[in-house]
Design a binder for this molecule. Structure first.
Ligand code: TYM
Length: 347
């Protein structure tokens, strides 16, 4: 197969484009993996793919600079370890492609205050961090729209919590195209059927989050097997002791439904098969089986990440080539946008 950049350069060839990103604002979790990266890796052969570390987005909450730098590079290693071959996917750090910040500003001017005010994630994050409700947190979806629209993707594979932002991106793109003609392709969110919303193991009505400080409700990609098993053993279920206590009922049995979702995503089994498999078993057996399935899913990823993280020169080389490939495509869209809105080209 030809390298991604060569294919990307020839946009006439009707290969579909996929793009997504993750903020390096915390260590990647099982939620980041099952909700997003797993879908990316499964589709890598089919599409021209762009995946980035959304480091500029991470600045919307206060970061320890050295930790942010470390996590950004670790995330690059984890992308590769999750199966994203850098020769077939364009992997890059968002801030290495200045076109994101520039188009982000321009799109801010085409995104309405009312639209931004309605974003669920803004409401949740500003309630949680009342002492740091900054402008970036509010206008974040315009930067996300820029991240996406620069690459003219067909699909944006994300977990359920990001769907609203992708829908806003579509609205902004429609608005812009309505004024200036067909500048942007209108992308579609691509949400996995299973794994779209992995919940906290201790509070199963709350999303598993990489920025949570408490460690026991979330499983990280780099957790060792003993830790993973311990976390699943302590996972919250319910007091049902019936023959078929392992059954999918997210309304009434959120803890069990979450574990079933995780098990289904790691093993490829459906919910009926899982209920049949654990008929007559209690939650102890079920939780141990889910823990083992997760351990086996994450083991190769953890081992390969640990190996790659030590190879700084390799990671830096990936960052450089990824940013070059991404910039080529992003700058093409940005030039078009600048011209349309009336900015003078640099002589
Ligand atoms: P972020 O960094 O919060 O999450 C990264 C991706 O992981 C998914 N995800 C989950 N899926 C299922 N269950 C969970 N518990 C879970 N936690 C996270 C998210 O849905 C997401 O797909 N704004 C984005 C990053 C971003 C982006 C973009 C994404 C910036 N620009 C452009 C797509 C395209 C974010 O904060 O995701």
């Amino acid at each position: 197969m030809r390298p991604a950049v060569e294919r990307a350069n020839n946009m006439d060839e009707k290969r579909k484009v996929m793009l997504s990103g993750i903020q390096p604002s915390g260590d990647l979790t099982l939620g980041s993996y099952l909700g997003a990266i797993k879908t990316w890796a499964e589709r890598a052969e089919q599409f021209d793919c762009y995946y980035f570390m959304a480091d500029l987005h991470s600045l919307t909450s206060r970061q320890v600079p050295a930790d942010l730098r470390r996590r950004t590079l670790e995330q690059m290693a984890q992308y590769v370890a999750c199966g994203l071959d850098p020769d077939k996917n364009t992997l890059f750090i968002q801030s290495h492609v200045p076109a994101h910040a520039e188009l982000g500003w321009i799109l801010n001017c085409y995104t309405m205050f009312g639209e931004l005010s309605r974003m669920t994630q803004f409401k949740e994050k500003s309630a949680k961090n009342a002492d740091n409700v900054n402008g970036g947190l509010f206008t974040y979806p315009a930067l996300m729209a820029a991240d996406i629209l620069l690459y003219q993707p067909d699909y944006v594979p994300v977990g359920g919590d990001q769907k609203q932002h992708v829908e806003l991106t579509r609205d902004v793109a429609h608005r812009f195209n309505g004024i200036y003609g067909d500048v942007f392709k209108i992308p579609e969110p691509y949400i996995p059927k299973v794994g779209a919303r992995v919940m906290d193991l201790l509070e199963p009505t709350k999303k598993m989050s990489k920025s949570d400080k408490t460690g026991n409700g979330r499983v990280c990609l780099m957790d060792d097997p003993a830790d993973i098993m311990r976390k699943f053993k302590r996972a919250v279920t319910d007091s049902d002791t019936g023959e078929n206590c392992v059954r999918y009922d997210p309304e009434n049995k959120p803890g069990v439904a979450n574990l079933m979702q995780i098990y289904a995503s790691c093993t490829g089994r459906d919910y009926d098969q899982i209920t049949a498999e654990f008929a007559g078993h209690g939650y102890g057996d079920f939780k141990a089986a889910v823990g083992e399935a997760v351990v086996e899913t994450l083991r190769p990823i953890r081992e390969e990440s640990q190996r790659l993280i030590k190879d700084k020169a390799y990671l830096e080389d990936l960052c450089r080539t990824g940013a070059e490939k991404a910039s080529y495509v992003a700058n093409k869209t940005l030039r078009k946008v600048r011209k349309k809105v009336g900015l003078v080209a640099m002589p």
